[in-house]
Ligand binder design. Structure first.
Ligand code: GMT
Length: 380
């Protein structure tokens, strides 16, 4: 069995946790000597480095007048077959079930007609199961793709339960949590000054997301407005998406625009987190909440909903506080509790960092690597 593998990774290139996890996993595998082939329709947004072990294969989608809907899954499947043959992939790891897992399973079936056996690992990330996957229009395909993959992992224990509860699953699902590379946080020398946002030493609250409905960013604004009424503070909003306009107009109607900064999408978030006191994530559902873990790695206390996998990382009363979805009052009261007790806030920040160490990359990477080698050994 060779030590250095040719690994294919399929992910979304856009602003979102599954793309971040896939990219950072690939980069870490390349650092360990494996050749990593990213396959997507655009360069993954955090894949902006050069390495002689990292390759990017773009899936092009021809626009033919007959197609009202472009069949991306077919282009992806063909690309997977091409890359698997010509780059001699040992393994294909797909992130997010729709349509990556089903494309991978089709590619595997087609490759078998060429006498090639390509093991498929599917990592489920959240909305592929909790929102989209349950939809009748996707369910049978997702179920088949999960049952036909050679290995399936979920990023939280909760997501594994939700998958078993909502699909007819006849196989084992492994739990491998998301991770952060703590090296990135250790060497942070912030290029932004806290004073730039909080000139009078106000507290800084931060939210980072893709501003989709599921993130409940209007809750973020309302929570902040209640806090700011009692204790002067500032809110930094990072990201962009469909609900940004609503959030901005809510700030105007609550008359808090001078205390809220919308920074748009940022490739590097460690800088902003390094000047933050509290991170707010009131999501309707969150299978893991990678961004909360990133905040914790930056010594930021977390105020979040108790949905999905969030209680697995944000420990209530230790690294932050949990509340029911939509409980804006409790979330703002919890922030006020922290802002009015500097020792409590400092201890939460320290605890958050300690918990984040459990998810450091060197601890999680071997779990994926073992999974790959076990599959390959089985197929030998
Ligand atoms: O949060 C999003 O909308 C993006 C989405 C994605 O697939 O990129 O995030 C999901 O995967 C992340 C990485 O595993 C998890 O940390 C997020 O909790 C999960 N989002 C949801 O479950 C809403």
């Amino acid at each position: 069995m060779k030590n250095n593998l040719n690994i294919g990774i399929v992910c979304y290139p856009t602003y979102g946790g599954s793309g971040v996890v896939a990219t950072e996993l690939g980069v870490a595998f390349a650092e360990k000597g494996h050749n990593v082939h990213f396959i997507s329709y655009d360069q993954p947004f955090r894949l902006d480095l050069f390495s002689d072990r990292i390759f990017y294969h773009e899936v092009s989608v021809p626009n033919y007048p007959l197609f009202e809907y472009t069949p991306y899954e077919l282009n992806l499947t063909s690309k997977l077959i091409d890359v698997a043959i010509h780059e001699k992939l040992d393994i294909l790891h797909v992130h997010y079930a729709i349509p990556h897992a089903s494309a991978a399973v089709s590619a595997k079936q087609i490759l078998s007609t060429y006498g090639i056996n390509l093991p498929i690992i599917t990592t489920l990330h959240g909305t592929d199961i909790t929102l989209l996957g349950k939809d009748k229009s996707f369910k049978p395909v997702i179920e088949f793709a999960i049952n036909s993959s050679d290995a399936v992992t979920t990023v939280s224990k909760n997501l594994r339960e939700v998958t078993y509860d909502n699909f007819n699953i006849n196989r084992k699902i492994d739990y491998i949590p998301n991770f952060i590379d703590l090296r990135l946080y250790e060497k942070i020398i912030s290029t932004i000054s806290r004073k730039r946002y909080a000139p009078n030493e106000e507290f800084i609250v931060t939210h980072i997301s893709n501003f989709r409905e599921v993130k409940r960013i209007e809750d973020v604004i309302r929570i902040f407005a209640r806090v700011n009424e009692k204790i002067p503070s500032k809110l930094i909003m990072v990201g962009d998406g469909p609900d940004r306009v609503k959030a901005e107009s809510l700030c105007r109607s609550l008359n808090i625009t001078k205390n809220v900064f919308f920074l748009g999408k940022l490739k590097v978030i460690e800088d902003v987190l390094s000047i933050s006191d509290v991170f707010v994530l009131p999501s309707e559902t969150e299978s893991f909440g990678l961004v909360a873990l990133e905040a914790m790695a930056s010594k930021v206390a977390v105020i979040s909903s108790n949905s999905g996998g969030l209680p697995e990382i944000n420990l209530d009363g230790k690294t932050g506080f949990l509340s029911n979805v939509g409980d804006v009052k409790k979330m703002s009261d919890d922030i006020l509790k922290l802002f009015s007790d500097p020792l409590l806030l400092a201890s939460f920040k320290e605890n958050a960092f300690k918990v984040s160490q459990t998810y450091d990359l060197p601890k999680i990477l071997p779990l994926y690597e073992d999974l790959y080698f076990n599959l390959l050994n089985k197929n030998d």
